[in-house]
Structures are given as structure tokens and as C-alpha cells.
Design a protein around this ligand. Sequence first.
Ligand code: NDP
Length: 289
Amino acid sequence: MSARILDGAAVAARLRAEIGDQVTSLVAEGRRAPGLAVVLVGDNPASHVYVRNKGVATRKAGMVSTEHRLPGDATEAELLALVAQLNADEAIDGILVQLPLPAQVRPEKVLAAIDPEKDVDGFHALNVGRLWGGETGLVPCTPRGCMKLIAEAGRDIGGMDAVVIGRSGIVGKPMTQLLLAANCTVTIAHSRTRDLSEVCRRADILVAAVGAPNLVTAAFIKPGATVIDVGINRVAKPDGGLRLVGDVAFDTAVGVAGAITPVPGGVGPMTIACLLENTLMAYRRRMNG
Ligand code: NDP
């Protein structure tokens, strides 16, 4: 039997179209469009691609997108001044500072300076606390997208065993909170977990957020489980080029799982769609509707 493929590109396109329709209605009512500001410091090539893609998606949804670039040797004070300026800008509803930041800038200082009501990445301590406290708020985009893909598998997940491999603040930890809020019994695994494959084989829902190609083989997967592959790894092709793979050995996993996300085309597109959703949510919260 072959697993159902959870097509993140299609789900994300649907979500982006829905958001675009809502923005069109707001503008038709004479209201301003939501605005997202993206801040990029330095010349990290991957960050440039992410920032460009976010800008394109934001504009396509009818929102206002602004990009703010600082040189790689910018000081923390310069970046904090820019964040303060964006916090005060009434036309900006969401602020995203692209990570990683150069060594001279402390990311925790910068993330703490973003107005929590504009924190569309959901990384501010207040929003982290809201998530752990069970309040609705701005939730990190990647785990939010994973939950939508899990829903796409069409199963009632209440009471299911879920295992999340990875405990980062941007994916693993918020993912566990969302699964817990959806009434799953949740286990977090990490690099020190003993018998990882055995722990994973208990999972009705298995989320891999590690950054290790082919870590999760078919032997880790309970037959029929929903498998969400967050990993993005660039591996060499025989011709010398690079290709993207996830953390899951897709070719064999697909024969055991009940539903599975591909890489690329799974979680990745959902992250940007959820960023737009968070921006619209931030707008509505700020504008009271
Ligand atoms: P981090 O490096 O911050 O965290 C990786 C986690 O994996 C850590 O908790 C680490 O454990 C754990 N880990 C490492 N090796 C193993 C192992 N052998 N067995 C079990 N656990 C292990 O990564 P991120 O959370 O930021 O990202 C994870 C992956 O997701 C990356 O490939 C990243 O590129 C991708 N990603 C994809 C996104 C998307 O939009 N699709 C968005 C964000 C990330 P420990 O804590 O013990 O060190």
C-alpha cells in the first residue's frame, strides 16, 4: 500500500487564495491592506531567497510588503532602531526579522524588541507564553502549517500518540504545544533520545524536524501513521548538483505511512502561507476586526 501524499503546495495555494479574497474584501470596504515588513541583515544567500519569496507571496495576496536591508556589519543598535521604527508604523501589522543574524547581533534582543502584536513569526516570549498557556495568539508559521497538513490527512487526531523529533524553539517545541492542544499524547525526541526508532514507531503522527537526511527510515514508522517531514537538507546529486531532501527516507517510508508530506512541496510552502495568515490575524487584532 502506498501512503496518501499530503500536497503542501496545493493546500498552501488554497490558503493563500482564501487570504487574498479576505484582503480584497477589506480593501473593497475602503480599509487599508495589511502590511508586512521583512528585515534582512547581511548577505546570506538562502535568506535572500526566503525574503524575496515572502515579498512575492505577500504582494500576490494583496498585502503591502516592505523590505528593509541592513549591511552585514550593522550594529545591534541600528537594527533595534529599525525595529522601533517599524513598531511605530501604523501601516505595518507584521514584522519579520529574517534569521540567522550576524554574530554581533543578539537575536534574543532583537526578537524581544518586536511589538508582540506584530510578531508574525511567533518567536516573542509573550507569544511563546501564550501558546504554552493555551491562549490563541501568533503561532510560529512552520508548526502552524504542519497542523494544517495533519488535518488534511482527514483523521480525528484527538487521543492519538504523536512524536516530534526536534526541540527547537521555532519548530519542535511549538509543534508539541499545538499537538497537545489538539488532544494528542505527545512525546518530544531529540539527539539524546534512546531507541529513537522504537519511540517513533509508537507514533500515529510523526513529525521530523531535525535537519538530517534519511534519519527516519521505514523502520521508524507505524503502519498507517501520518508522517510530516519538516527537514530541509541539500544533498549532492551524482551530476555534482544539489537536491533538496527531508529528514524522512521518502521512497521507503511511503510504503508504510498512511499519509506523508514530500520534500520539496510539503511543509515548505505552508510556512509562507501561514506567515500571510498570521499577518492577516495581526491586522485584524490591531484593527479590531
Ligand atoms: P535545530 O538545529 O534548531 O534543531 C534540530 C533538532 O533536532 C534539535 O532539537 C536536535 O536535538 C535534534 N536532533 C539532531 N540530531 C538528531 C538525531 N540524530 N536524532 C534525534 N534528534 C536529533 O533545527 P530547526 O528546528 O531550526 O530545523 C529543523 C529542520 O527543519 C532543518 O532541516 C530546517 O532546515 C528545517 N526547517 C524547515 C522549515 C520549513 O519551512 N519547511 C522551517 C524551519 C526549519 P538537540 O536539541 O538534542 O540538539
